[in-house]
Ligand binder design. Structure first.
Ligand SMILES: C[S@@+](CC[C@H](N)C(=O)[O-])C[C@H]1O[C@@H](n2cnc3c(N)ncnc32)[C@H](O)[C@@H]1O
Length: 218
């Protein structure tokens, strides 16, 4: 899944992962993180997620990263937000009053690009990556966080042999292996949603577990 794969998906508008509504787990579990309004929240592999607008409405400053300029442009225009754009060599920065989106490869960005963050939110980011890239993802996230930094991670678990990703299946065991040395992990929610996802049933799945984890940097 190289960056070109995702740019092409956006170009062809093949974005079945995009949710028009705010993710219900975000609304339900985010308040429990007790992050100060005004904190900077990192949203890796952000797409044009409505969740970012919701976070900004709660008073947070959002820093999103996506490889696709189409996604970023669409986010600002669909939410009627004016944004300034500063092109750079490896990253283009878009900024509105509460939301900064960076068009770049997540793996190329470090603290000097993202700045200090108070929290993070991953919905369909880790599970967008093939197995061989996930440890790198976890390491990057830990490099960007300080002790106490907290986030939510929403992932999927299903029989990988039944369907090719993305989205990929990431079991709770794998997630714990990826993050446990740098984060404490608490599962907040786990639910089989296959009955309400005919799209995935049609692709051969007989179970589709949505898991929500709270991660806190050690
Ligand atoms: C499955 S989508 C999820 C988007 C968003 N989190 C949501 O909930 O709608 C994965 C996103 O990651 C972006 N992406 C994939 N690889 C990336 C990378 N290496 N760096 C930055 N963005 C990437 C894709 O363009 C795509 O928008």
């Amino acid at each position: 899944m190289d960056p070109e794969f995702w740019r092409q998906r956006w170009k062809e508008n093949r974005i079945g992962f995009h949710q028009h509504e705010v993710n219900p787990y975000l609304i339900r579990y985010w308040p429990g993180l007790e992050l100060d309004p005004g904190s900077r929240i990192y949203v890796p592999l952000c797409g044009k997620s409505a969740d970012m607008y919701w976070l900004s409405e709660q008073g947070y400053r959002v820093i999103g990263v996506d490889i696709s300029a189409i996604a970023i442009r669409a986010f600002f225009s669909e939410n009627d937000l004016q944004a300034s754009r500063i092109p750079g060599e490896q990253a283009t920065h878009w900024s509105s009053e509460q939301i900064d989106l960076i068009c770049a490869d997540f793996f190329e960005l470090g603290r000097e690009d993202i700045g200090r963050i108070g929290g993070f939110y991953d919905r369909a980011a880790l599970i967008a990556l093939p197995a061989k890239r996930r440890q790198h993802y976890a390491s990057r996230l830990s490099e960007l966080t300080d002790t106490g930094t907290t986030g939510l991670l929403v992932s999927l678990d299903y029989g990988q042999e039944r369907m090719e990703g993305p989205p990929f299946s990431v079991s709770e065991d794998e997630l714990r292996q990826l993050f446990t040395d740098r984060f404490t992990i608490e599962r907040l929610h786990s639910e089989d949603v296959i009955e309400t996802r005919p799209r995935f049933r049609d692709r051969g799945l007989d179970r589709l577990i949505e898991n929500v984890f709270q991660l806190r940097r050690r």
